[in-house]
Design a protein around this ligand. Structure first.
Ligand code: GDP
Length: 169
């Protein structure tokens, strides 16, 4: 059994905790949390690569509260095998901070896979062009529109990152 850590990174309120809850418990809540700390959720996974099955435990780190406390944040990122950067489609400033979050992740570890989730897709109608965000870094392996509320794109998001991490073992 291979245990590895991933971290969700993004501005406050973009839906990091909600995405994890949806993926791990298949639930959603409208509650807003405000504590500062770290919550670790576990997901058992079985991954097929080249006809071989790999069992693993994904340890999903969620940094609660005000993530703009940078010195602490980089400490939480260390030891991760991959990152999910989350933005909120209803708040442009959270999309503008994606670049900064990528740089922070890459400072901790220079060539780990990164997925970007554009969350709260249930709240927006207009199509946003995602492909351009791929140019932000060669480590970006996938871009997803997600809704933790409607369960859209969530398992795909975590699973593509898992597959990439297992492939790189
Ligand atoms: P975090 O600070 O990034 O962990 O964000 P939370 O997961 O606590 O979510 C912040 C708020 O956005 C909460 O009120 C959630 O219910 C709400 N939220 C999260 N994801 C979605 C989503 O996909 N759609 C909608 N409509 N609301 C969401």
């Amino acid at each position: 059994m291979f245990n590895y850590k991933i971290v969700l990174v993004g501005d406050f309120g973009v839906g990091k905790t909600s995405l994890i809850k949806r993926y791990v418990d298949n639930s959603f809540s409208d509650e807003y949390k405000s504590s500062i700390g770290v919550a670790i959720s576990k997901k058992l996974l079985s991954t097929l690569v080249n006809d071989k099955t790999y069992d693993s435990t994904m340890m999903i780190w969620d940094i609660e509260g005000k993530t703009d406390f940078k010195p602490i944040l980089s400490h939480y990122l260390s030891g991760a095998k991959g990152f999910i950067i989350v933005a909120d489609l209803t708040r442009e400033n959270t999309i503008n901070s994606i670049k900064e979050h990528i740089e922070l992740c890459e400072k901790t570890a220079s060539n780990l896979p990164i997925c970007i989730a554009f969350n709260k897709s249930d709240l927006v109608d207009d199509e946003i062009e995602l492909e351009s965000f791929r140019n932000l870094s060669s480590n970006v392996i996938a871009l997803f529109k997600t809704s933790a509320k409607d369960d859209n794109g969530v398992s795909e998001l975590f699973e593509i990152l898992n597959n990439e991490i297992i492939k790189r073992l």
